[in-house]
Design a protein. Structure first.
Length: 407
């Protein structure tokens, strides 16, 4: 009997133990699934923010929301590397934000500085017990744990992410791996942004040099293209044109005379009346500009704008004799901006005019040379245009580059 009871006790104990093990497994699986589900939904949310990387604060805020869910950390700091030897906090979230924002970490200094130097992600539980961690004044050093990952791409350091847990909470290897995955994703995005900026700067620098070289051929038009670009943009915005048209006005204004690169310098600088054959060469510059731009990716969209900037609203212009709305709106805007700058700064064949005289001329030539709608918008934005006309633009080439900002 005792043997039977012992046997039953053993069987029941075994079944109970088995149940506990199964339950524990189920709970673990359920927790793992929950964690996986959090990671997936967090990644999904973060991927929606990727296109906003130019707004790094917003992106880092989204990244922090994700890592907070996954690691249960209390504080987040995104350090940017200044390219020399210092890590500067760019985005901080947590109770001690104000204290952390004052920190400047040299490479190798403190736990994060060391991680940035070795390029090896790591965590440090009970940080206060380890001499490598640097205490930030005003923050609790006791019972805090740190996890840092370097932001690197192709061995170039962009910054570091630091997570902090307070009140004795600790990090584990799994949380380190997850944070590393997120940081690597951010690193590749920041690196692409960096490459885009480098390409954009190179491209705008090249355009600026080209425009400037055309202006240098013509002593009467120093900064003319730059002013036409800014005036065209002012008029386009006054007309509430869509962003794409404002872009065409702005960049088309800068490049409208790029075709003069193919016109001999002595023809551009002459102040004597030209014979027919010489003026025919100058009249070719819209087509030369069109043919140049049509071959350049990113600028082919501007080619038509440049081709038609000497067309007249009544059809008396060149090179095609287009009329009214057949002429692209960006060309009609640039035509007015071009005339305003030429009248204000004068030409070998005409005296300088005052703003008052310019407004009268524009009205006089409305519906003949110019589109009345464009002229009315130019008159409406008269004070803005006046500011552009009197600007000295002493910064030279850099001013041309500014045209491409926010594009
Ligand atoms: Fe022109």
């Amino acid at each position: 009997m005792m043997t039977l009871i012992a046997f039953l006790f053993f069987v029941i104990s075994f079944l109970l133990l088995l149940t506990v093990v199964i339950l524990f497994q189920l709970i673990t699986v359920s927790q793992e699934n929950k964690k996986l589900s959090i990671i997936i939904s967090s990644l999904q949310n973060l991927s929606r923010e990727v296109y906003k990387l130019t707004d790094q604060t917003r992106f880092m805020s989204a990244m922090w929301e994700t890592l907070k869910e996954v690691t249960n950390a209390d504080e987040f700091t995104y350090f940017v590397f200044d390219g020399r030897d210092t890590l500067i906090p760019e985005y901080v979230s947590g109770i001690y934000k104000n204290e952390i924002l004052k920190v400047r970490l040299k490479l190798g200094e403190g736990f994060t500085g060391r991680v940035a130097t070795t390029r090896e992600p790591a965590f440090l539980n009970e940080a206060n017990k380890n001499p490598i961690s640097k205490h930030i004044p005003g923050t609790p050093h006791e019972e805090s744990s740190l996890l840092a990952t370097p932001i690197t791409f192709n061995n170039k350091l962009y910054g570091a992410i630091l997570l902090t847990k307070l009140q004795g909470k600790k990090f584990n290897k799994e949380e380190l791996k997850i944070t590393e995955i997120f940081t690597n994703m951010v690193a590749s995005l920041i690196a692409s942004q960096d490459h885009i900026t480098t390409i954009k700067n190179g491209f705008t620098g090249l355009i600026s040099v080209l425009v400037k070289s055309v202006e240098l051929k013509d002593t009467y038009s120093a900064y003319h293209s730059l002013r036409v670009s800014l005036i065209s943009e002012a008029i386009a915005k006054e007309m509430n044109l869509p962003d794409a048209e404002v872009y065409r006005c702005k960049i088309g204004g800068l490049l409208h005379d790029i075709g003069k690169i193919g016109v001999p310098e002595d023809l551009l600088k002459t102040d004597k009346p030209m014979d027919v054959s010489k003026s025919e060469i100058i009249l070719k510059h819209p087509e030369i500009g069109y043919n140049l731009l049509k071959k350049v990716a990113l600028l082919d969209d501007i080619a038509d704008t440049v081709l038609y900037h000497h067309e007249w609203y009544n059809g008396d212009g060149y090179p095609k004799g287009l009329k009214g709305e057949q002429i692209p709106i960006s060309s009609r805007v640039i035509s007015v901006a071009d005339a305003i700058d030429a009248m204000y700064h004068g030409r070998p064949y005409s005296q300088r005019k005052s703003i008052e005289e310019i407004c009268n001329e524009l009205e006089k030539w409305s519906s003949k040379q110019f589109d009345l709608k464009v002229v009315l918008a130019a008159i409406q934005s008269r004070s803005k245009i006046e500011e552009i006309l009197v600007n000295e633009f002493n910064e030279s080439i850099e001013d041309y580059g500014k045209i491409f900002e926010n594009i």
